[in-house]
Design a protein around this ligand. Structure first.
Ligand SMILES: Cc1ncc(C[n+]2csc(CCOP(=O)(O)OP(=O)(O)O)c2C)c(N)n1
Length: 582
């Protein structure tokens, strides 16, 4: 670890450094990130891109009084390092260690927890309005990436900011990347601003002025110059129309400029948006060359960036199966909300480019868009992580299920999502989906069954959802051609009459293990793969309820009583069989 970094226990220590030392510190932080995350994994690329930006924010503002919010907050590692968590940083994303995102219970400096995109502007506005009501003076700063602006919630906030408060600083951290390349009109708009020659020229002059003069005088002069230049500065018009004065684009790696600019923005008495240009992966060539891979990854070689080749995942089986099914059925289309990599759909994209849609970080829109296509005879498959599909609960009810449209939800990361932590666990999907009329909800025990369930879903006349976990598949033999399954029928893997064990989806190995153990102890245990959460196989449940002394269920979601709720009424009038919660 470098020598300056060792001296930083809090933002006050940073403020004692001169700008030259801060630049040195920036390089030490980069080396520290590359080394530490090579062991733990994490969001390396986004954090390497915001080193100077975060240093400048903490050099100018005073947390925890001032509030700095990071959208998604996967890029808040430097913030953590500067706010007293350097010593624990090697525990990031590890059990019992630092969370990979901002977490209110972890530090007073984490004013807002996140993990899902698009919340920074709304939450920051809430804090600014609370400050105004209470007569406070603190600054509120929302830092959001260019892809966060593809999210509707960000725009709902933008629509509201100027009406609600006079003081709010929004920082648009533009690196042209979401996890994949950022998409859509907003991405093109930002790109036009950055590459506009007119703008570059005027902007460089304004930049030099802020650097030379600084503070309030520069604020006045720049404002006057910008007023005069309205019309020429067309790229800024959008934010100005929302009532935020636009500044930028500025080099997000120029520390002195960033510090001057924040000092200047601090003095402004209306909402402002500062557009900074940063480079994802800055300072580590493998992360610059592989922006997508280094957005977030597991352990890697800190010299070369090499990673150990992965085992086949559910995401890959899903995407390859979908590509095969789409080859046979021209009505099949695939939709992702900015997750082509994580969902596996970037394997589908080259095979069916016209039937692949990345709508940006816009889960609600993705689902309504799918509903629209379904009304015209297509079979949209929305590949959205279980946790992010929570965003689209209303469209699933209102636009898909009430209209009985054949939209298919393929939910990766169902169950515990591991090192991403609670914001990313897919523990609620059964709870929020099973109450909705019409939808068929399935959970495959392995990759072969995932393919069968996808075929089943495509054969259904109405909506359906399939939940499967993050990571490696079971490694079973696969059929050449997926088969449609009888809807609402469980699979009894092994008969038994003392105990019935239900293993939902990839919980089946646990069910088998318990079954084998009970057999060794002299009991006969039925091992059952429910396959369908909704409709659940009532006939099977009734059959075993009449026979066994106990049901055991293995389920990886919040309402542990899911299958219990189904069987409890059946057991209510009987004396012997009891229910063992898992
Ligand atoms: C609602 C929601 N959907 C999807 C994601 C997955 N996700 C995490 S970061 C990210 C891209 C963020 O890009 P940007 O805001 O530009 O920040 P950058 O990583 O480029 O700094 C996405 C899509 C999420 N966190 N939340």
């Amino acid at each position: 670890m470098g020598s300056l970094l060792e001296t930083i226990q809090s933002p006050a220590d940073l403020k004692r450094l001169n700008v030259g030392q801060m630049a040195e510190l920036a390089e030490e932080i980069r080396a520290f990130l590359v080394q530490t995350l090579s062991k733990t994994g994490g969001h390396l690329g986004p954090n390497l891109g915001v080193v100077e930006l975060t240093l400048a924010l903490h050099a100018v503002f005073n947390t925890p009084e001032d509030r700095i919010l990071f959208d998604v907050s996967h890029q808040a590692y430097i913030h953590k390092i500067l706010t007293g968590r350097r010593d624990k940083f090697h525990t990031i994303r590890q059990p019992g260690g630092l969370n990979g995102f901002m977490l209110r219970t972890e530090s007073d400096h984490d004013c807002y927890g996140a993990g899902h995109a698009g919340t920074a502007l709304s939450a920051a506005l809430g804090m600014a309005v609370a400050r105004d009501l209470a007569g406070g003076h603190e600054h509120v700063i929302a830092v959001a990436g260019d892809a966060a602006f593809t999210n509707g919630v960000s725009f709902e906030a933008l629509n509201n900011i100027a009406e609600q408060t006079k003081r709010l600083i929004v920082v648009l951290n533009d690196n042209e990347w979401s996890i994949d390349r950022n998409v859509g009109a907003i991405a093109r708009y930002f790109h036009r601003i950055v590459t506009s020659e007119h703008y570059q020229h005027l902007h460089e002059r304004a930049t030099r002025l802020i650097e030379r003069v600084g503070g309030k005088t520069a604020a006045k002069v720049v404002r006057r110059a910008e007023e005069a230049a309205k019309g020429i500065l067309w790229p800024s018009v959008m934010f100005e129309e929302f009532g935020l004065q636009y500044f930028g684009p500025i080099d997000g790696h120029n520390l002195p400029l960033l510090i001057e600019t924040f000092n200047f923005l601090k003095a402004i008495d209306h909402p402002v948006l500062l557009h900074v240009i940063t480079q994802k992966g800055r300072g580590f060539q493998p992360a610059i060359d592989g922006a997508k891979k280094f957005h977030g990854l597991g352990p890697y070689d800190p010299e070369t960036g090499d990673t150990i080749p992965g085992v086949p995942t559910y995401a890959e089986i899903f995407a390859n199966t979908l590509a095969e099914l789409a080859s046979k059925d021209p009505r099949v289309v695939a939709i992702t909300a900015a997750m082509p990599n994580g969902t596996g759909l970037d394997l589908f994209r080259p095979k069916h480019p016209k039937r692949y849609f990345d709508v940006g970080i816009a889960e609600e829109h993705a689902v309504v868009f799918a509903a629209g296509m379904a009304t015209r005879g297509y079979k949209p498959v929305c590949a959205i992580y279980s946790t992010f599909l929570q965003r689209a609960f209303d469209p699933i009810v209102h636009d898909v299920c009430l209209q009985k449209l054949p939209v298919i939800f393929c939910m990766d990361r169902a169950g515990l999502s591991g090192d991403d932590g609670p914001t990313h666990h897919g523990l609620f999907d059964i709870g929020y989906l099973r109450s909705i009329p019409e939808i068929v909800l399935m959970a495959p025990k392995d990759e072969d069954e995932l393919a069968d369930m996808m075929k089943t879903a495509l054969d259904l006349p109405g909506p359906s959802a399939i939940r499967y976990p993050r990571g490696a598949v079971a490694g079973v033999a696969r059929k050449q051609v997926p088969q449609s399954l009888p809807v609402g029928k469980a699979e009894v893997e092994r008969e038994g009459s003392d105990v019935a064990i239900l293993g939902l989806g990839t919980m089946m190995p646990l069910a088998r293990e318990l079954g084998a153990r009970l057999e060794r102890d002299g009991y006969t245990a039925a091992v059952i793969n429910p396959r369908f959460v909704k409709p659940i196989d009532r006939e099977m449940l009734a059959r075993y309820a009449a026979r066994v002394a106990a049901f055991v269920t293995f389920e990886d979601h919040v309402t542990v009583e899911e299958a219990e709720r189904q069987v409890a009424p059946l057991l209510a009038n009987r004396r012997r069989p009891t229910l063992v919660a898992s």
